[in-house]
Structure formats: structure tokens, C-alpha cells
Design a protein around this ligand. Structure first.
Ligand code: SF4
Ligand code: FE
Length: 513
């Protein structure tokens, strides 16, 4: 279903030949980089406006991580692409609306692989989970209220599939006073909301906090972040906005040790290729034409949207098991370089790390396998298992990080810098003194230690640890969902029956045997 209108955005100069514009779908890593250049985004980092984010050394590793999603579609199309009924095209799986249970499971398999390849957050799952949640919510809303959202969404998704764009989902508002609803806030801009309804569209204001990969996206889809009441009507808005739309500002989030990327060299950064990205998005009177509005004022659909999105996204966190695979590999590699690969306690710690990692994966992939068809025709994963998966993610990577540091030893935090290693004066001595097992180059050992530092304390610990804790909802959010679905009454009934309380026949039959 082609929909060329979607790419015509008021206020934006047409860019005829840039990949990602009509007639120029993005296919390769190079196309993707070209699609991000020359957009004149308003991006601030370290107090300055960035001239070209894609080429900035602070940002570039996060761009590379998204580019890996394009590379995988080329090198492993069976895993990272799918045939779309919307367009009839083979599309990147991150843009695919699930058409079967197998499609939901395949998302998890792709996420694990990308975690293995990048060792960080590759940022594209939020958009994938957003379009899938919206697909059924807009359908349900149209059925209930006769609204026109579902066909608009289908046209938008078709356009994104045809051009192979990155969609960023933006859900979390800064939230202000947590004890107050959006409409009760002193400053309404702490939640995204409608400030004007015009004949041709909406005007939005507000902000979204710590938005994964937003500067590396082509479009962002803003969605409400919580259950809303009738008074919150102006906050019940879902809209797709091109990242270069007038009125949008991005403020780059600091990552631990990020400035090491500004120093040159490739050792101290630990993972020179890849990082995640989070930024604050500020919306100052951003105009959205009606064709890109997928919910406006239907407060009753905010909660189902949040629940369906988080169900998808909480099992998407099997991405961390791919990253966990890298950490387990790094721990095993450093043990070998240290000469203790055969020590039984080291083996046992690697077994424990693997047990934790697969426990996360087990819950996530089971949630996908338990997907059910929605009325709109796509597939929704199991909510309880998704929440169990994410709850595990809030804990197990921390224990895995502890075990990796335990195996690595204290050098992981006391190593001299790359400049010292390369220094003519002190380098040769360090090379000799930092050697581990014979036959292993000192630089290899240092690189492995830096990778462990990167993942457990450094730049990619942002994604592996704290983002695991708070991304897709902090631990308590999952516990609330688990509590809602644990069905204690049914479980108590099982116990009472077997205890012979509610059904004495059970006790009698067992004593007679
Ligand atoms: Fe995807 Fe994981 Fe990053 Fe979320 S944290 S966008 S699930 S890679
Ligand atoms: Fe996330």
C-alpha cells in the first residue's frame, strides 16, 4: 500500500537523492549513514550544538549499532527480514507487523544475534514494538469509536517499510510530580500534549526523556506513557513525527566514560565499534498533519497501548542475552589469558553466568511462543512471561557483571591508558609487566579487560546494567503486572484441593491406595 504523501512534511525542504526519501530505499550500512547526513537536526551534547551528529565521535558508535541492523538484513535475510502483507515486500524485521507466532519468536532470535554482534543496545526494537502495539490498539479504537486511525497507521508503516526507515518509539515523559496526573501538573510540558487542534492537524508540546536511538531514527512515534483519565484528554495523543521536523530539539544523554571516544585510539574505549544512545526530546509547538495522528483524546486506549507495548518490549529485552553472550565469552577469554581457564571455580562461575543468561532468554522466548492473534490480525506475546523476562533482566546482568569482574581481576579498573601503552618511554616496560599466560600478546589481554570494563562499568554498562534496570519500566512496574496476573485464587484452590480441605475425596482416595 504505497503512500507517498507520508514523506511530504510541511516546513521541510525535499531532499531528492538522500537514501530514505521517496524512490531511494535504504539498503546498506552506507545508505543508512547517508540517510542521516545533512538533516540539520537540533542536537545538543556537552553544551554545544552538534554540526553533524552522525560524524561526531561521541555519537558515531551508536549509529554503527543501528547500522548493524541493516547489515544483518543483508547477511542473514532469513533472520532479519520478513515478507509484509502490507506492501508485499520483503522488509526489515524491525518494520514488520507480526503475522504469526513464529514472527514474534523470530524477533527475539534476531535481537539476541544483534546483541552478540554489537555488545550493546542497537536501538531499533522500540519502534518495532510500538508499531505492533499500535496496530491492534488503533484497530480496537476504530472499532469502538469509528475513528480513522488504523488505516492511517497502515499507510505510515507501509511507507516506512518501502523506504526501510528507522522508527523510534517515544513513550516515557519526564513526568514531573509523580504524585499528580498529567493534567494536574504545574507545568504541563512535563508530558507531551496537544496545545492546538487545527483543520489540518495538531500542535504538540512537551518532552520525552531518555529516548533510545531517537537521533539515529528517521521518525519518532510519541505515545502516552501511562493510564489516563478523562481530564487528561490532551495527553492521550499518538503521533508520528519526522526527526527533522521544526520544533524538535534533542539533548544527548551522558554515558559513563563517553569522552574516551573523543580521545582517539581504540583500546581504552573497550568497544570502539558500538554503543547505545539515549537523548531527551523536546517538542516546542510541533505541527503534525492528521495523517500522522494515530490517537487523539481517546484516553481509554492509553492503558491498553501502554500494556501491549510494554508486553512486547519487556520480552524484547532478550537483547541483553546476546550482550550476555559477549560478556561470558570475554570472561572465559580473560580467564584463559590469565592462565586460569581450567580452575574449577572459574568454570563454575562461567556455568552460573550461562544459567542466568539462559534464564532471561527462556522467559522471553517462551512469551513470544505463547503469542495470540489479536482482532487486528497481528500477534501479541504473553504478558506475564514478558514481565518475568524483564524482571530477570533487572537483576541477572548485575550478577553476571560481578562474576565477570571477579574472573577478570582488579586490573579491569587499574589498567594504564592506551597512551601509556603506546609511549616510547614506558610502553615496553608495561608490555612486559602486564603479560599474562605465555603466548598471549599483552595488548590482547588489555583489550579484553577494557571490553569487560566497557560492559560492566563503562560506556556499554549504560545499556547492559542501568538500562536493563529501568528500560521498558523499572522493576516495580513489572511486579505490578506480575501481581495482576498471578491468579492467586486459582493457585490457592489447587492447594486446598490437594490438602483435602475443599475436596476431602482427594485425601480419602490417597489414603485408601
Ligand atoms: Fe532493543 Fe534492547 Fe536496545 Fe531496547 S535495550 S532497543 S530491546 S537492544
Ligand atoms: Fe529500551
Amino acid at each position: 500500500m504505497p503512500s507517498p504523501d507520508c514523506s511530504v512534511v510541511p516546513g521541510l525542504a525535499p531532499v531528492a537523492s538522500r537514501p530514505g526519501t521517496p524512490g531511494h530505499p535504504i539498503r546498506t550500512h552506507a545508505d543508512y549513514l547517508a540517510s542521516l547526513r545533512g538533516r540539520n537536526l537540533r542536537v545538543f551534547a556537552l553544551g554545544e550544538r552538534l554540526a553533524e551528529p552522525v560524524d561526531h565521535p561521541l555519537v558515531r558508535p551508536s549509529v554503527q549499532a543501528v547500522a548493524a541492523t541493516y547489515e544483518l538484513a543483508v547477511t542473514d535475510p532469513a533472520l532479519a527480514t520478513a515478507r509484509s502483507s502490507l506492501t508485499g515486500l520483503s522488509v526489515n524485521r524491525f518494520l514488520h507487523v507480526t503475522e504469526s507466532r513464529e514472527d514474534v519468536v523470530a524477533q527475539n532470535k534476531m535481537q539476541r544475534r544483534l546483541g552478540q554482534l554489537t555488545g550493546t543496545c542497537f536501538q531499533r526494537c522500540v519502534g518495532m514494538d510500538a508499531i505492533n502495539a499500535l496496530f491492534s490498539v488503533t484497530y480496537d479504537c476504530d472499532q469502538a469509536h469509528g475513528t480513522p486511525y488504523h488505516p492511517r497507521l497502515r499507510a505510515f508503516i507501509a511507507m516506512a517499510q518501502e523506504l526501510n526507515l528507522v522508527i523510534g518509539g517515544a513513550m516515557t515523559d519526564p513526568k514531573g510530580d509523580r504524585g499528580k496526573s498529567p493534567s494536574e501538573q504545574e507545568d504541563p510540558d512535563v508530558f507531551v500534549h496537544v496545545v492546538e487542534r487545527r483543520s489540518d492537524g495538531l500542535v504538540l508540546r512537551g518532552a520525552k526523556a531518555h529516548q533510545t536511538g531517537c537521533i539515529n531514527s528517521h521518525w519518532i512515534v510519541v505515545m502516552p506513557t501511562m493510564r489516563l483519565s478523562a481530564e487528561d484528554r490532551d495527553f492521550a495523543v499518538v503521533a508520528a513525527i519526522p526527526v527533522e521536523a521544526p520544533g524538535l530539539t534533542f539533548v544527548y544523554g551522558r554515558q559513563s566514560c563517553d569522552t574516551r571516544s573523543l580521545e582517539g585510539g581504540s583500546i581504552d574505549v573497550g568497544n570502539a565499534g558500538y554503543s547505545g544512545q539515549e537523548a531527551m526530546i523536546i517538542l516546542e509547538d510541533v505541527f503534525v498533519p492528521w495523517q500522522h495522528v494515530f490517537l487523539d483524546g481517546e484516553t481509554g486506549f492509553a492503558a491498553p497501548l501502554v500494556e501491549r507495548f510494554t508486553a512486547y518490549h519487556r520480552r524484547s529485552y532478550v537483547c541483553k542475552t546476546g550482550v550476555g553472550d559477549v560478556l561470558i565469552g570475554a570472561a572465559a577469554a580473560i580467564a584463559d589469558m590469565n592462565g586460569v581457564a581450567k580452575a574449577s571455580h572459574v568454570r563454575d562461575k562461567l556455568v552460573e553466568m550461562t544459567h542466568l543468561n539462559e534464564t532471561i532468554y527462556g522467559a522471553g522466548i517462551a512469551s513470544s511462543h505463547e503469542s495470540r492473534r489479536t482482532a487486528a490480525g497481528n500477534y501479541q506475546n504473553d504478558d506475564l512471561l514478558a514481565n518475568v523476562c524483564k524482571q530477570n533482566v533487572t537483576r541477572f546482568p548485575y550478577e553476571m557483571a560481578r562474576l565477570a569482574q571477579d574472573i577478570a581481576g582488579g586490573l579491569v579498573v587499574t589498567l594504564p591508558s592506551e597512551r601509556d601503552l603506546r609511549s616510547e618511554e614506558i610502553g615496553p616496560l608495561l608490555e612486559r609487566l602486564l603479560r599474562g599466560r605465555a603466548g598471549v600478546p599483552t595488548e590482547h589481554r588489555v583489550r579484553m579487560l577494557r571490553l569487560i570494563e566497557n560492559m560492566t562499568l563503562g560506556r556499554n554498562a549504560v545499556g547492559y546494567l542501568t538500562e536493563s534496570l529501568h528500560g521498558a519500566g523499572s522493576p516495580q512496574a513489572q511486579r505490578v503486572q506480575i501481581a495482576r496476573q498471578m491468579d492467586l485464587e486459582a493457585k490457592v484452590a489447587l492447594a486446598r484441593r490437594l490438602a483435602g480441605i475443599d475436596d476431602p475425596a482427594v485425601a480419602d482416595s490417597s489414603t485408601k491406595r
